[in-house]
Design a protein around this ligand. Structure first.
Ligand SMILES: C[S@@+](CC[C@H](N)C(=O)[O-])C[C@H]1O[C@@H](n2cnc3c(N)ncnc32)[C@H](O)[C@@H]1O
Length: 213
């Protein structure tokens, strides 16, 4: 439980970042394997994760594996992220596009699509309210951005595992939303990569979804 607590109090480049170090390593593996040139993040919080993804894509570009990396981060309350991103890197708007919007609002999808050229390999990371409705909305609205071989990561299915719940008032419903969506036509195109849960502890059980076709 202390590990869960630590992960929600971490920082990257001076901005709060709320992820297990083990899951950051898994992201590094799947980013190297699938070569996304865009990351769509749903749930920016203070922007630390957007910076982390931006820097991973820049590294991938430095190896010549992608060109023109971009991070698009969707957030209902973007003010916190603007403040922390300004403090970390005054040039952040060149590489991170912060979209003020709700994942449940269909117009949000269009705003994101305007920034991501068709055919781009995209990594989608869903990390917002961790309830059934928003998880399902993210899968329905954004899985189509992922090309075959790419990944959609549903974060924090740990909320549905009693041993990993930090607070009684944490939400629930992530795992049910994933399982239900995987039984839909778009969901059948994805498989759950539980073999990527390599490090014995993950905040994202059943959450590393790879598009097969
Ligand atoms: C768990 S935090 C994101 C953590 C961040 N990705 C990180 O790793 O540091 C969840 C964020 O999602 C935002 N959020 C909650 N409901 C949302 C919704 N319906 N649409 C978009 N963002 C939402 C919250 O305001 C909050 O900033």
């Amino acid at each position: 439980m202390s590990r869960v607590h630590q992960s929600v109090q971490d920082f990257y480049a001076g901005a709060p970042l709320s992820k297990f170090p083990e899951d950051l390593r898994v992201y590094e593996h799947l980013i190297w394997e699938s070569n996304p040139s865009a990351v769509i993040e749903i749930g920016s919080y203070h922007g630390g994760s957007a910076l982390w993804f931006r820097d991973r894509l820049r590294t991938l570009a430095s190896y010549g594996r992608i060109r023109d990396p971009i991070v698009v981060s969707v957030e209902v309350e973007p003010e916190r992220a603007v403040k922390a991103l300004d403090a970390a890197d005054p040039h952040w708007p060149d590489s991170i596009k912060l979209i003020a919007g709700d994942v449940r609002d269909p117009t949000t999808i269009g705003k994101v699509a305007d920034l991501v050229p068709p055919g781009t390999q995209v990594l989608v990371t869903e990390d917002c309210a961790h309830v059934y409705e928003t998880t399902r909305a993210a899968l329905e609205g954004f899985a189509g951005f992922v090309q075959p071989g790419g990944y959609f990561v549903v974060e924090d299915g740990c909320v549905d595992i009693d041993e990993l719940r930090l607070h009684d008032d944490w939400p629930r419903g992530v795992l049910q939303a994933v399982r239900d969506w995987l039984r839909t036509d778009p969901g059948y195109q994805f498989c759950v990569r539980r073999d990527l849960e390599l490090y014995g502890l993950t905040s994202n059980p059943e959450g590393f979804l790879q598009r097969l076709r």
